[in-house]
Design a binder for this molecule. Structure first.
Ligand code: PGA
Length: 256
């Protein structure tokens, strides 16, 4: 069986000033400096990237991520941030197509595709989010929804591009609700995602890609989720704002 290094990312969303970000990162680094067998990514808001980047400059096992980007390299796009600007701050990862972007900022699968392309061109590693809403889950349409999100979101890419992409399965009904998908439900969705990818890419590429689970991941449920064979990490929102909680989640991803 192929080895996929677990990847735990903290999505801070619209939280933390620069000063607050520094405190959180300093607290975290005291704890997580030791974990080498897990990839750790911190995704602060744009305004705290620079401060966090500085603190991570001498740290090898924690990488910097952004929560969004604009697809154009530069130009008249008031309020937007390009991939090149992120690179300039030593950002390595970027979350794309988070359900909050889809819901509140009308991003669709075509937007996700364009942004993913822009990220890859700038040598940023996209964390592409997919996931169904509660009505879609209840109507048993989740497989179709995931298939469409993957087909359209990753359109035009081949194995080479897929190798630099990380996927995050985030059922919308589990985000910030305290209602986590059961480990069995999450594993079933991850297996489905891998199966769909196997029809668009080579089976080996589908086997290699890392798929994070996201949606109310907490220290209490992380171990069971992360022990599932197709769950290769977590995209953590609320619980990543607390150094102790986030550390506990990372510990659960470490090899025994
Ligand atoms: P949550 O958010 O952990 O607060 O549910 C996850 C996410 O939105 O990435």
């Amino acid at each position: 069986m192929i080895y996929r290094k677990k990847i735990i990312a903290g999505n801070w969303k619209m939280n933390k000033t620069q000063a607050e970000a520094r405190v959180l990162v300093e607290d975290l680094l005291r704890e997580i400096g030791k974990f080498d067998d897990v990839e750790i990514v911190l995704c602060p808001p744009f305004t705290a990237l620079s401060a966090v980047s500085e603190l991570l400059s001498s740290v090898s096992n924690v990488r910097l991520g952004a929560q969004n980007l604009h697809e154009a390299p530069s130009g008249a796009f008031t309020g937007e941030i390009s991939a090149g600007m992120l690179r300039d701050l030593y950002v390595r990862y970027v979350i794309i197509g988070h359900s909050e972007r889809r819901q509140y900022f009308h991003e669709d699968n075509a937007t996700v595709n364009r942004k993913t392309k822009a990220a890859l061109q700038a040598e940023l590693r996209p964390i592409v989010c997919v996931g169904e809403t509660l009505p879609e889950r209840e109507a048993d349409k989740w497989k179709d929804i995931l298939e469409t999100q993957l087909r359209d979101g990753l359109a035009g890419f081949g194995d080479k591009e897929l190798a630099d992409i990380i996927l995050a399965y985030e059922p919308v009904w589990a985000i910030g609700t305290g209602r986590t998908a059961s480990p069995a439900q999450a594993e079933e969705a991850h297996q489905w995602i891998r199966k769909v990818l196997g029809t668009h890419f080579s089976p080996a590429a589908a086997e290699r890609i890392r798929i994070q689970y996201g949606g109310s991941v907490k220290p209490e449920n992380a171990k069971e989720l992360l022990s599932k064979p197709d769950i290769d990490g977590a995209l953590v929102g609320g619980a990543s704002l607390d150094a102790r909680g986030f550390t506990a989640i990372i510990k659960n991803a470490c090899l025994d």
